[in-house]
Design a protein around this ligand. Structure first.
Ligand SMILES: O=C(O)c1cc(=O)[nH]c(=O)n1[C@@H]1O[C@H](COP(=O)(O)O)[C@@H](O)[C@H]1O
Length: 242
């Protein structure tokens, strides 16, 4: 069963919104986190901030009681991924992404052994549609089909959760079973700009489709009032039965 907003306490509903700190410096990220205050409990740090001091900042936020998703999207030879994941596991983050290639996923599962870190497998990026897959060298395959194949492989390898577009969350749930996390970026509140995202869904529909967590960056961190933008999404999550 997907998480139900009726059966989980309010703090856990806030945890279902992961705010992407896609910002150029720790100073700017710290200022945004301060403005969001207790409306934000779970933050994602990816390439932009991660390569600009963001890993130390992640440890700072963890020490303050926030949850951290390190979106490093690892993909390399098995030994490098395994040792990299082992290093990340020591930081105390909650989630880490790897690309959903079987070798990479197996190495990540080995590297996190004995830690609390949860590995999320990125299936097909939400900025890709079927045409982009062909351009990248794949034989014509609908993105949803490739997502399903990779989700099944992730399940068989013992990955903790799947990153996919919320358009595929319901079919992924049927594949991975009731326990795994389904984390969906490409979320756009009604009326907001899609930007480079192609498979976009509103917060409410993503939860209805079975997402356990929503990843939202620009619609919050670039908003005139980031706290209000985060609160509005949390309220939308809370209003939906899933
Ligand atoms: O792994 C991710 O978080 C991710 C996977 C994916 O398929 N699509 C995707 O957009 N993301 C990340 O989710 C965030 C979405 O940002 P916004 O489009 O600004 O909300 C970015 O930080 C992306 O790096």
């Amino acid at each position: 069963m997907p998480l139900s907003s009726e059966s989980i306490p309010a703090r856990d509903i806030r945890d279902r919104l992961i705010i992407g700190l896609d910002l150029p410096s720790v100073e700017e990220a710290r200022a945004v986190v301060k403005r969001i205050g207790d409306a934000g409990t779970f933050y994602k740090i990816g390439y932009q901030l991660g390569y600009a001091g963001g890993l130390s900042f992640a440890e700072e936020l963890i020490a303050e009681g926030k949850k951290i998703f390190l979106d490093l999207k690892l993909h390399d030879i098995g030994n490098t991924v395994e040792e990299g994941v082992r290093s990340v596991a020591r930081l105390g983050a909650t989630f880490l992404t790897v690309h959903a290639y079987p070798q990479t996923m197996r190495a990540a599962v080995a590297g996190k052994a004995g830690s609390k870190l949860k590995i999320l497998a990125v299936t097909v990026l939400t900025s890709y549609d079927d045409k982009d897959l062909v351009e990248a060298g794949y034989a014509p395959v609908p993105a949803a089909e490739l997502v399903a194949k990779r989700a099944a492989q992730a399940r068989d390898i013992g990955i903790d959760g799947i990153v996919c577009a919320a358009t595929e969350a319901a079919s992924v749930r049927a594949i991975v079973g009731p326990e795994r996390f389904i984390v969906t970026p490409g979320i756009r509140p009604a009326g907001s700009e899609a930007g480079d995202q192609k498979r976009v869904v509103t917060p409410g529909d993503a939860i209805r489709n079975g997402a356990t967590h929503l990843v939202v960056a620009r619609p919050i961190v670039k908003a005139a009032d980031p706290r209000a933008a985060a609160e509005a999404i949390v309220n939308e999550i809370a209003s939906v039965q899933s």
